[in-house]
Ligand binder design. Structure first.
Ligand code: ATP
Length: 317
């Protein structure tokens, strides 16, 4: 079957270099960095060696050109990314609080990122995709949600597979229609990659065991539980969990860890690697990414991740 595809917001991120201050006064900023959860995911997927294509839009501006050049360099098929003359590339401004929490100021709704259309190039990718990865953040863009639902239906109908990263961001719309679309996609998913309370929210049931049971009853085959510096586990229906400790790194920027984890995990599983090996690569991809400033500056190729794995101790469980 064809490439892994992802649909949604392509952004540049501009980050405050100070910690604990809001954007209410001028302060030093760093960037632009290529960003947007779908873009980070697909970049890591391609760097891992998976065939990968992205559907989205950028503006006809330097932010868009820089991001597309980076994705293409890393092996992502960007032929279905539209370059729009009338809308600027989407942006995300991020600042860190003293406790490590992040606040985002997004310009998505009025940017190119919100204008995803079913162009002939998009139809061509949808006609051959073998795996769709859904980013919850993209569902808050109505045009993206429409393409995602069409892609999910087409991919599943031809025997392809579907993964869902809930990626719920408080700054993005989580209205009733988005929630319904999200629930429908979870019910079609083969793999779910939640972190924090996203497992229970995706299942609509309290408690980890009950949530897993509900997801398996819906047809989900694997759940990859992301636990930040606590590592990760993969639970498959009827099988013992596979646990992986986190790598011991100094975190300088947590943004993008989950997207890189997902990109590496999905690419590895589609390349035929067993769960435990895929999980090790996924944890390495997430951990390596948090060691660099910028949402996907630490995404790694398979050989870079092999070096990282060989040279980085694990945290005690
Ligand atoms: P985000 O929303 O920031 O992209 P997430 O909440 O979806 O992230 P995390 O659990 O933060 O996902 O990170 C995914 C994986 O990356 C973790 O399971 C872990 O393996 C690795 N990771 C993340 N942060 C760290 C860290 N500080 N040290 C080591 N590994 C980390």
């Amino acid at each position: 079957l064809g490439p892994t595809i992802c649909v949604g917001e392509i952004l540049v991120e501009i980050m405050a270099t100070t910690v604990g201050r809001g954007f209410l006064q001028p302060q030093p900023l760093e960037g632009p960095f290529p960003s947007g959860a779908p873009a980070i995911f697909i970049d890591q997927c391609a760097r891992m060696g998976g065939t990968a294509a992205l559907i989205g839009s950028v503006g006809d501006d330097d932010f868009g050109r820089m991001t597309l050049a980076r994705l293409a360099r890393d092996g992502v098929d960007v032929r279905a990314v539209a370059v729009l003359p009338d809308h600027p590339t989407g942006t995300a401004f991020v600042r860190y609080r003293a406790d490590g929490a992040r606040d985002f100021v997004y310009n998505i709704a009025r940017s190119a990122a919100a204008c995803i259309a079913r162009t002939p190039a998009v139809e061509e990718v949808l006609a051959r995709a073998g795996h769709l990865h859904v980013m919850g953040s993209a569902l808050s863009i109505p045009a993206a949600a429409e393409v995602i639902v069409a892609a999910a239906t087409a991919v599943k109908a031809r025997g392809g597979s579907l993964s869902v990263d809930p990626n719920l961001r408080k700054e993005l719309a989580q209205d009733a229609a988005t929630a319904r679309t999200f629930a429908a996609l979870v019910a079609m998913a083969d793999l779910l990659l939640p972190s924090g309370d996203e497992l229970e929210r995706a299942a609509g049931v309290a408690g980890e065991a009950a949530a897993l049971e509900r997801l398996f009853a819906l047809g989900v085959r694997e759940v990859a539980l992301k636990r930040g510096a606590g590592g990760a586990s993969v639970v498959a229906a009827g099988a013992a969990p596979v646990n992986a400790p986190a790598f011991a790194v100094d975190e300088v920027d947590p943004t993008g860890a989950g997207d890189c984890f997902g990109g590496a995990y999905v690419a590895c599983r589609r390349l035929g690697l067993p769960v435990a090996e895929a999980l090790t690569y996924a944890c390495a991809a997430g951990a390596r990414n948090v060691t660099r400033r910028g949402p996907m500056e630490g995404a790694g190729t398979r050989s870079e991740l092999d070096t990282f794995i060989a040279n980085t101790p694990r945290r005690p469980c």
